[in-house]
Write a protein that binds this ligand. Structure first.
Ligand code: FEO
Length: 172
């Protein structure tokens, strides 16, 4: 059984993951608007990743005998000054999410909730990758010089991203 405190915190995290998904969908729309289709596609893969994150929390709360209670999702920004600014925003957002995950671990440990702690370790590892993938694109944009042929090549590279749903959420 999950405690009320952990249940509430995990419910908040479901909303935070859904917000992440919403933010990246908004970024995808921004990239569509400036005709960077590969960037837009990369962001839509990220949308799917965030939905998986939300669903992992959703399924875990239910499995532990808790109740999922959803609340309002804030509206994301709708435009950015440049592709670089959008990815810098994505990177800053991922760092914030890492902080949220670490806070959940800090909540589970004093409660001696080993199951929640074990569950959260997947997210601890995942956040390393989440931060790194946004940072990698930032560096590539800087190398490409934000315009011209370099950005065209990078757009093609980002178009090749493939989202593979993990088995436990593939049939949702
Ligand atoms: Fe759900 Fe991008 O972390």
């Amino acid at each position: 059984m999950i405690s009320d405190k952990i249940q509430e915190a995990f419910n908040n995290q479901i909303v935070a993951e859904l917000y992440s998904s919403y933010l990246y969908l908004s970024m995808s729309a921004y990239f569509e608007s400036i005709n960077l289709k590969g960037f837009a596609h990369w962001m839509r893969c990220q949308v799917q990743e965030e939905l998986v994150h939300a669903m992992k929390f959703y399924m875990f709360v239910n499995e532990r005998g808790g109740t999922v209670k959803l609340s309002a999702i804030d509206g994301p920004s709708t435009s950015w000054a440049s592709p670089l600014a959008a990815f810098q925003d994505a990177y800053a957002h991922e760092r914030k999410v890492t902080g949220l995950i670490n806070s959940l671990v800090d909540l589970a440990i004093p409660e001696k909730d080993h199951a929640s702690n074990a569950f959260l370790q997947w997210f601890v590892t995942e956040q390393v990758e989440e931060e790194s993938s946004a940072d990698e694109v930032i560096k590539k944009i800087q190398l490409a010089g934000e315009q011209g042929g370099g950005m065209f090549m990078l757009d093609r590279e980002l178009a090749a991203r493939v989202f593979t749903p993990p088995p436990e959420t593939a049939t949702l």
